[in-house]
Design a protein around this ligand. Structure first.
Ligand SMILES: *[C@@H]1O[C@H](CO)[C@@H](O)[C@H](O)[C@H]1NC(C)=O
Ligand SMILES: *[C@@H]1O[C@H](CO)[C@@H](O)[C@H](O)[C@H]1NC(C)=O
Ligand SMILES: *[C@@H]1O[C@H](CO)[C@@H](O)[C@H](O)[C@H]1NC(C)=O
Ligand SMILES: *[C@@H]1O[C@H](CO)[C@@H](O)[C@H](O)[C@H]1NC(C)=O
Ligand SMILES: *[C@@H]1O[C@H](CO)[C@@H](O)[C@H](O)[C@H]1NC(C)=O
Length: 356
């Protein structure tokens, strides 16, 4: 509004603003008395007080406006802030700032401009000098951020596969991030968030590295699962959108378990299909089928004579399990799609065993 293009002096400009858009109701007379409260009685009548004298600087606050009123800036990026004076009675505006401080001006605004933000903890202040020698100021809240340089995940003091039920600690190391107080670290198991953690250091403005941990008890379902973590800088609605996020690499867990054998007591197959039972375990168990005490090679193309009782064993380093299954061979073409439920289940297995 100051630089409206009209050929007027800066001082006039400031006075003009003062007369038209002063936000302070300095000269407002006292409101008229509500007559209905008391009957008009000359003796009880309170006279309106005379208009008070213009308030001093400290009472009305500082007529400085900062645009923007606060800043969130990435380290190394440019910064611009405009400090403008909206009332007469002041002779000029200045900035107190450690980087690229502009010179005090008699103008009614002063822009602070930095090509590259290269400081972490800066407290810029804009001030105005009054005619009477006093001054007032406004602080410009400034957050300088830097997304993490790297994020990595590891197991604490652990290598190799884990045992079932063992407690382990995941560690997420976030390197050189600022401000760490705005960091939110999330651990993931596959696509499932396991929990959030925040920094215990809250005051650091300079980049710091921090390690976040999460304790987990291993289950057999964790075998083959990928763990990872993500570091997000939450800088609020005025920060960058979307917020800077850095994810770690994925860490595949190995949990020793088994051997497990999932077999129905009665296994129905159609002629032409092969016999199978689901096994699970890490390391993968080896499976053997017995018929009448003899090891048998499983038919890939079963026929009626394969019906009967079998013993199945699954064996790994961790132990052995056995199961007795009665096989029934149903008539039908080998190409049929109407497998029974158990066979379908077996087809869906991740842990299939090749016993050829
Ligand atoms: C700073 O603000 C003043 C007052 O709102 C305006 O007149 C001026 O053009 C602004 N300057 C810049 C560089 O934005
Ligand atoms: C990891 O092992 C080292 C040395 O063996 C030990 O100093 C450290 O305390 C251990 N850390 C944890 C979290 O158990
Ligand atoms: C995680 O486990 C370690 C030792 O394994 C223990 O010192 C620490 O207190 C545990 N942390 C939590 C949050 O339970
Ligand atoms: C399966 O065996 C049947 C008879 O026992 C035979 O007709 C069929 O061709 C065989 N199929 C395959 C794929 O070997
Ligand atoms: C399999 O075992 C069951 C129960 O032990 C028995 O009833 C059935 O007759 C046996 N089947 C064959 C084909 O031996």
């Amino acid at each position: 509004m100051c630089a409206s293009g009209r050929p007027i002096t800066l001082l006039l400009c400031c006075l003009f603003i003062s007369a038209t858009s002063s936000p302070v109701s300095v000269y407002t007379p006292a409101p008229p008395l509500p007559l209905q409260i008391s009957p008009p009685s000359p003796s009880a009548r309170i006279l309106p007080s005379p208009p008070s004298s213009p308030l001093s600087v400290s009472e009305v606050g500082c007529p400085l406006t900062l645009t923007p009123s606060f800043l969130v800036v990435r380290f190394g990026d440019p910064v611009t802030a405009n400090c403008s004076l909206s009332r007469a009675g002041f002779i000029g505006v200045g900035w107190v700032v450690s980087l690229a401080a502009p010179e005090f001006t008699m103008d009614c605004f002063l822009v602070w401009r930095v090509e590259r933000m290269t400081e972490w903890s800066m407290k810029p202040v804009c001030y105005a000098m009054s005619d009477e020698g006093g001054q007032c100021q406004r602080n410009l809240p400034l957050t300088v951020y830097k997304p993490p340089e790297s994020v990595s995940i590891s197991f604490v003091n652990h290598t190799g596969p884990m045992s079932e039920g063992q407690q382990f600690t995941l560690q997420c190391e976030v390197r050189k991030v600022a401000p760490v107080g705005n960091l939110r670290v999330t651990f993931y198991r596959g696509q499932t968030a396991l929990g959030h953690t925040q920094s215990s250091i809250n005051t650091d403005e300079k980049p710091v590295s921090e390690v976040f941990t999460l304790n987990i008890t291993s289950t057999k379902e964790d075998d083959g699962v990928q763990f990872w973590c993500e570091a997000k800088l939450e800088l609020g609605a005025d920060g960058p959108q979307p917020p800077p996020v850095v994810g770690s690499e994925k860490l595949t867990a190995a949990v020793l378990f088994g051997p497990q054998l999932m077999c129905p007591t009665k296994l129905r197959v159609r002629e032409g299909e092969s016999l199978s039972c689901e096994t699970r375990g890490n390391p993968p168990p080896s499976v053997t089928w017995f018929r009448d005490g003899e090891v048998v090679a499983l038919p890939t193309n079963s026929s009626r004579e394969h019906a009967g009782n079998y013993t199945v064993t699954a064996k790994s380093l961790l132990g052995q399990t056995r199961f007795t299954v009665e096989v029934e061979v149903l008539p039908g073409k080998g190409t049929t799609n109407s497998y029974n439920g158990h066979f379908l289940l077996a087809v869906l297995l991740i842990w299939t065993i090749n016993w050829s």
